[in-house]
Structures are given as structure tokens and as C-alpha cells.
Design a protein around this ligand. Structure first.
Ligand SMILES: *Cc1c(COP(=O)(O)O)cnc(C)c1O
Length: 366
């Protein structure tokens, strides 16, 4: 592993992933919550790379990991991850054999799938309790429907999931009350109880539950106003200057000629575009760092190239430009890019970074 991003083998554009910051973000959450972590590494660890992220997070001795599909479990197993892995999306009975073979722990939330899991051989499972999101799980006020089933086949754990934990609107408190009602109506209280995602962790102190399930905070995205902790940046999207163009008054830049030079200007062409996951909505608005100084995207983002205004900055072909992350003393956060890209979700910005950008892993990023 290298620590110098400018020494990266990639010449065009890539993502520097700071595994040191990832682990420090996890450690901060663990200290704050006072219980073990189940880092959510679904969707390839939000696009950063599930295997390297999970391996780095082993330093925190997590209770286990969380994913969304059996294939994601298989990928981690193939890489030698032996910790517990929960699948936090409902599975169809057709997936049960593969889930069991990969030693996955399914999260089940309806009578038919619980019966099918038991009938197909059983094994450890957790009960998903629905408290306000109506996405997955059994309604908190309908637990009676499965009382007999769970008496005969008790789940090892039970959990719920908050729909707006990044807001201060009282909703997670209501969901937690419903969760408690559900737990009280089970014949027996399961040994492991869990509820908090990133927003739910940083909005309260010590966790009352068995473990916490952070995702986005680990990867450097904060949880808005009211958060008691802020993450360090983990993702640094870099692109190099491929060409420089000197423009005369009235010259235009990129498709549809939306950017027009007033007087003489200079633009630099970067080797990154929307096919890399650098969103088209960032045209004429996206922030960029060149030698630690801010500038802005000029014109529309194209599939493979994006131009930035470098009129007032020293710039040479081959220079490194940062589109997300830190360079020098300046930082462009994922949240800032999401807002500028027409109020996208920061989760979508991260998971939208495409495989054409190699991920380069570092113990530290300057
Ligand atoms: C994705 C997910 C999380 C993590 O959510 P963040 O907001 O990224 O922290 C936690 N629990 C479940 C069930 C999830 O699906």
C-alpha cells in the first residue's frame, strides 16, 4: 500500500480509499455507543470495496457484518471472512440453501418465510420487526400472528430499522417505542436486539441494544444537525488534467455550449465523466480542488471527460484534481457534492461511483 496518492499507478481517474480513516470512524462509533459494531458492508461497502473494508474493520473486533444478498456473503466468505454475516433483506426460500451453505444469518419477517426456513433445516435467524417503514418485517402490533411459531422456533435476535434517524423529528423515538411493544409481545425476549444505523448512533449516547449497525458514517458521510460525532473523509475521487485550453471571449465549453467565456479564460480537461459516476448534474456547478484550491466545473459533464475553470490557478497537464475528498487543507465532502448534484442522496453518490474508477487502498491519505 502506498500513502502518496500522486504516486498512484492509475493515470486517468480513480478513488483513493483511506482505510485508516474508515477504522477510526468505526472506532469513534464504537466508543460512543459502547457496544460492538455490525458494520454494513452491503453494496460492496457502499461502493468502496466490501472485502478490503471488511478486512480493515476486523481490527475493531466487530460482532459481525451486514449485507443485503447471499452473493455478498459468498464474496466475503471467499475472501476468508469468518465473522458472522447477517443478510438484511428478505430472502426467498429459493435462497435458503445457499444462505445456509455460506453460514449467513437471515433476517425474516413473515410467518411463511419463517416456516419455510425452519422446514428447510432451520438455523440461526433474526426476527425483522416493522415499526414505521413498511419495507421489511412483521408489524410491531401483529406479533401475535407468529407467537406459536416463534415459541417453537425462537429467533436468536430481533431488530428494527429507523426511517429518518438523520432527522430530529421524534420518529426514531416512536419507532423504538413500537419495537419495545413488539418485544414485550414475544413469548421470550431474544438474546440479541439491535436497531441503530449511523444516524441513530450519533443522535444518542450509549446504546441500549446489543450492537449497532453503522453504514454510511463509516464511509465518511455525517448525519446532519444534532449529530454528536462527525466522520473523517474516507473517499477521495481523483482525476488528472489531460489537456488545457485557452479560450477567447465568447468561446463555449462542452455539449450544448452552456458555458461561455467572458474575456480570456482557461479550462482544463479531466479524465472523468458520468460513466465513472461523476454525475451529469454537476455540470457548471461541481466543486473541484486543484493544488488545494477550489474551482468549479465548466460546462456539462460528458461521459468520459469533464472540464474545470483554471483561469486563476497554476495548472499543468498531469496535475491531480480532487472532486470528492481532501487535498491540502481543503475538503469537498460527499454531502456537499450530493447537494450540488440536485439534492441527491449522499448514499447514491457513493454507491454510484462506477467500476471504471479503480479503488486504491491506503493506510492513510494526506
Ligand atoms: C443499510 C442499513 C443500515 C446502515 O444504515 P446507514 O444509514 O448507512 O448507517 C443499518 N441497518 C439496516 C437494516 C440497513 O439496511
Amino acid at each position: 500500500m502506498t500513502t502518496e496518492s500522486t504516486a498512484a499507478p492509475t493515470t486517468r481517474a480513480w478513488v483513493d480509499v483511506d482505510l485508516g480513516a474508515l477504522v477510526r470512524n468505526g472506532a469513534a462509533l464504537q466508543r460512543h455507543a459502547g457496544v460492538p459494531l455490525v458494520p454494513m458492508v452491503k453494496a460492496d461497502a457502499y461502493g468502496l470495496g466490501a472485502v478490503p473494508c471488511a478486512r480493515a474493520l476486523l481490527a475493531l473486533q466487530p460482532h459481525g457484518f451486514g449485507v443485503a444478498t447471499v452473493r455478498e456473503v459468498e464474496e466475503l466468505r471467499a475472501a476468508g471472512i469468518r465473522e458472522r454475516i447477517y443478510v438484511f433483506s428478505p430472502l426467498l426460500p429459493a435462497d435458503f440453501t445457499a444462505a445456509r451453505a455460506a453460514a449467513a444469518v437471515p433476517t425474516l419477517g413473515d410467518a411463511a418465510s419463517i416456516s419455510a426456513w425452519v422446514a428447510s433445516g432451520g438455523g440461526t435467524w433474526h426476527l425483522a420487526i416493522e415499526t414505521g417503514m413498511h419495507r421489511a418485517g412483521l408489524r410491531w402490533d401483529c406479533i401475535g400472528e407468529i407467537a406459536e411459531l416463534v415459541r417453537a422456533n425462537p429467533p436468536e435476535g430481533a431488530f428494527t430499522h429507523f426511517h429518518s434517524a438523520e432527522r430530529n423529528d421524534g420518529s426514531w423515538e416512536l419507532q423504538e417505542q413500537r419495537f419495545l411493544v413488539a418485544l414485550a409481545s414475544l413469548p421470550e425476549r431474544p438474546a440479541l436486539l439491535h436497531a441503530q444505523n449511523s444516524g441513530g448512533i450519533v443522535r444518542r449516547g450509549a446504546s441500549p441494544w446489543s450492537f449497532v449497525r453503522p453504514g454510511v458514517f463509516l464511509y465518511g458521510v455525517g448525519s446532519g444537525d444534532g449529530a454528536q460525532l462527525q466522520p473523517e473523509p474516507v473517499v477521495h475521487v481523483r482525476a488528472r488534467v489531460l489537456e488545457i485550453h485557452d479560450l477567447q471571449d465568447g468561446d463555449t465549453v462542452s455539449y450544448s455550449a452552456t458555458w461561455r467565456s467572458v474575456g480570456s479564460r482557461r479550462v482544463a480537461t479531466l479524465g472523468i465523466g458520468y460513466a465513472d459516476g461523476y454525475r451529469r448534474a454537476l455540470g457548471n456547478r461541481g466543486p473541484a480542488l486543484l493544488h488545494g484550491q477550489r474551482t468549479t466545473v465548466a460546462g456539462v459533464v460528458t461521459m468520459d471527460m469533464t472540464m474545470i475553470d483554471v483561469t486563476d490557478l497554476p495548472c499543468r497537464v498531469g496535475d491531480l484534481v480532487t472532486l470528492i475528498g481532501r487535498h491540502g487543507g481543503e475538503v469537498i465532502t460527499v454531502e456537499e457534492v450530493a447537494v450540488v448534484a440536485d439534492f441527491m442522496s449522499p448514499y447514491e453518490v457513493l454507491t454510484g461511483l462506477r467500476q471504471r474508477l479503480p479503488r486504491i487502498y491506503h493506510e492513510a491519505v494526506a
